[in-house]
Design a protein around this ligand. Structure first.
Ligand code: SF4
Length: 67
């Protein structure tokens, strides 16, 4: 089975552009109060998490907890 990961968002560095939520709505929700993405529950294929890492314009998404 392919490795799974969790995405982690650095909310301080995040600009709130919404790109991650637009492209990966199954991984990210949106906190309207904080105006920042929230990582949804569960684990995701590391390859997908790395795609989210790659599209973030602020380099503030990390792939963590690979298993
Ligand atoms: S793509 Fe990056 S900067 Fe944009 S909302 Fe997501 S985590 Fe924040």
């Amino acid at each position: 089975m392919d490795a799974t990961c969790r995405p982690a968002v650095n909310a301080i560095e995040c600009s709130g552009c919404g790109g991650c939520v637009d492209m990966f709505p199954h991984m990210f929700g949106w906190d309207d109060t904080a105006d920042r993405p929230v990582v949804k529950d569960g684990r995701f294929p590391c390859e997908e998490v790395r795609q989210a890492v790659a599209i973030c314009p602020r380099d503030c998404i990390e792939a963590v907890d690979e298993a």
